[in-house]
Design a protein around this ligand. Structure first.
Ligand SMILES: Nc1nc2c(ncn2[C@@H]2O[C@H](COP(=O)(O)OP(=O)(O)OP(=O)(O)O)[C@@H](O)[C@H]2O)c(=O)[nH]1
Ligand SMILES: [Mg+2]
Length: 301
């Protein structure tokens, strides 16, 4: 299955809801008409695009319709697609140029961090990279178990300490092991206890300082994993993490489980951080590099 088909099948619920409604509003378009714009705005808001972003999108659409004198449904669909794409941050993928590079994966509990790491390890492994998984979630022994299963599947190196030990020490040892074993990429799993517990942010800071000290020149990605089904709530978490952890990208998981794919636009609008991957299932190849153009196309087709 190509990326476009995977996006489309991952978006089944969203398509049944948002796409169908979009198509029926678009079909009602016969030229400049306030009712049309009102319906479009309401549709976007109820699809999780967010109030501010929806209003901006509809303002732009109104302007384009007027300026180009658009009359037909296909014309307005094309214009809407352009606007939606322009709202999304461009995604130029992961920057992993040094050996080793580091991917730090953060997010609240249950969003899909460990699963995403497993999928990433598989995909980087397929590109021929030697990957090391660092079990920085020492909060529960089961977290390291889960990660070790993925490491086995992906043929990745794996470093863990005992339950309750210091995650920064796991990262320290992982870096030493990655250097010794000639690994290309270290992916660090972290605990996901609630963001309003300042100890989580302190822990992330400490991990970050160890990476700065031990690998000052290394390429580093800090990916925030967000669960698409939590909608606007996820955005508040994201702002907190952005403040404390300096994000380079978002991984939006469980897009297969929501009818409100519009959350992708709200993320770009509110955070200005690119969505780098979307998760559309629990299997190894259910992680798709995000492409704004294909995403908008899938929503509108
Ligand atoms: N449908 C679907 N399920 C997913 C996706 N990504 C992860 N999951 C499921 O979500 C659940 C939680 O995933 P984990 O990877 O354990 O989440 P986590 O963030 O590591 O959780 P903690 O370690 O408890 O903080 C698991 O049942 C995963 O299989 C996805 O893209 N789609
Ligand atoms: Mg986990």
């Amino acid at each position: 299955m190509g990326f476009f088909d995977k996006i489309k099948s991952g978006l089944t619920k969203t398509k049944e809801n948002m796409t169908n409604r979009l198509n029926s509003v678009i079909a009602s378009f016969t030229g400049e008409n306030e009712e049309f714009f009102d319906e479009m705005e309401e549709l976007l808001i109820t699809s999780d695009v967010g109030g501010e972003a929806s209003m901006e999108a509809v303002d732009q659409l109104r302007e384009v319709v007027k300026k180009r004198g658009l009359r037909g449904a296909d014309e307005v669909r094309g214009a809407l697609k352009e606007i939606l794409v322009s709202m999304l941050e461009q995604n130029d993928g992961l920057h992993l140029t040094t050996k080793p590079s580091v991917i730090l994966v953060v997010g609240v509990n249950g969003v899909g961090k460990t699963t995403t790491i497993g999928k990433l390890a598989m995909s980087l492994g397929r590109e021929g990279k030697k990957v090391l998984l660092a079990a920085g979630d020492t909060f529960r022994a089961a977290a390291a178990e889960q990660l070790s299963i993925w490491a086995g599947r992906a043929g990745a190196e794996f470093v863990r300490h005992e339950e309750g030990s210091d995650p920064a020490a796991v990262v320290f040892d992982s870096i030493a092991a990655a250097k010794a074993r000639g690994c290309d990429v270290i992916i660090v799993d972290t605990a996901g206890r609630l963001h309003n517990k300042s100890n989580l942010m302190n822990e992330l800071n400490k991990i970050s300082r160890v990476i700065d000290r031990e690998l000052p020149e290394a390429s580093r990605e800090t990916l925030l994993v967000l669960d698409a089904t939590t909608g606007q709530n996820g955005l508040m978490q994201a702002e907190e993490f952005k403040k404390f952890a300096g994000l380079t990208g978002i991984v939006l998981t469980k897009l297969d489980g929501t009818a409100k794919g519009g959350i992708v636009f709200a993320i770009s609008n509110r955070l200005g951080v690119p969505v780098k991957y979307v998760g559309v299932g629990e299997q190894a190849d259910d992680l798709i590099p995000f492409d704004p153009d294909e995403f908008a196309e899938a929503l509108l087709s």
